[in-house]
Design a protein around this ligand. Structure first.
Ligand SMILES: Nc1ncnc2c1ncn2[C@@H]1O[C@H](COP(=O)(O)OP(=O)(O)OP(=O)(O)O)[C@@H](O)[C@H]1O
Ligand SMILES: O=P(O)(O)OC[C@H]1O[C@H](OP(=O)(O)OP(=O)(O)O)[C@H](O)[C@@H]1O
Length: 214
């Protein structure tokens, strides 16, 4: 039986809607009274695992799930050994460098070489500043990174921006976009090669649905 790792949080509703369109119903994960982390889809064809977004590639890499849905940002940050199957076209956001609107910076190139940058995405941030030849100090945080510049702990942040509302409401502005992100369908490479549970056909169907829009 096929197992699919679904991300808790921002991408869950659209992921469930997408899978419903190919006959897999994991909508029980949306019931607030349900605390189950593993369920069978209503037709009994597949199993769903409800995991933290960052952990989706871990289950797929280790083969406990043959398919998973995760943001491109997580794939960039963690570089897991998984097959990148489909750009699902939802969950749009971008990875950006932001600073206090009142700061003098017009570009990340204006930062002093040893300034501090707060981020949840330390590898993406490090790679970006290395490409600029700026040996900044990356301060790892787990959330609410906008507080870095607000409290004066860091000069800037590298974080996801979607509507831009969080930046605006905290007096920050974007200086530069590192890359754009959408939700991706990923697969366990060996399972895909040997077509476990008709994985290839399911992935092709999901590609068609994603092109039309969930
Ligand atoms: N504001 C947003 N709008 C749209 N998509 C977003 C937004 N924030 C994050 N995403 C996308 O959704 C994914 C999951 O984000 P979410 O905020 O649900 O989890 P997280 O903050 O990574 O996880 P956790 O809460 O477990 O630490 C991200 O990896 C990104 O691809
Ligand atoms: O541009 P916006 O639409 O305002 O969205 C951006 C916010 O969404 C994400 O935070 P999340 O909700 O995941 O919380 P976190 O700070 O705990 O990571 C991201 O880290 C920003 O803070």
């Amino acid at each position: 039986m096929l197992t699919v790792a679904l991300p808790k949080g921002e991408l869950l509703k659209n992921s469930i809607r997408l899978l419903q369109s190919v006959g897999l119903d994991f909508s029980a994960f949306l019931d607030s009274g349900n605390r189950q982390l593993q369920i069978l889809d209503a037709s009994g064809q597949a199993k769903g695992l409800l995991v933290r977004a960052q952990d989706v590639p871990v289950y797929v890499e280790y083969g406990q799930a043959q398919l998973g849905i995760v943001g491109y940002d997580v794939l960039r940050e963690k570089q897991p050994q998984v097959a990148h199957l489909v750009d699902l076209q939802f969950g749009y956001c971008r990875m950006s460098v932001a600073v206090k609107a009142s700061s003098p910076y017009k570009s990340p190139l204006d930062f002093s070489p040893h300034c501090r940058i707060a981020s949840k995405y330390v590898n993406c941030a490090r790679e970006y500043f290395q490409s600029l030849d700026l040996p900044v100090e990356i301060v790892p945080l787990s959330g609410s990174v906008e507080l870095g510049p607000i409290t004066g702990m860091s000069e800037a942040i590298v974080d996801l921006v979607s509507t831009g509302r969080t930046l605006r409401e905290n007096g920050l502005i974007e200086l530069e976009t590192l890359y754009h992100s959408t939700a991706r369908l990923i697969g366990h490479p060996l399972s895909y090669r040997i077509n476990t549970g008709n994985l290839c056909e399911l992935s092709a169907k999901l590609r068609e649905v994603a092109l039309v829009g969930v």
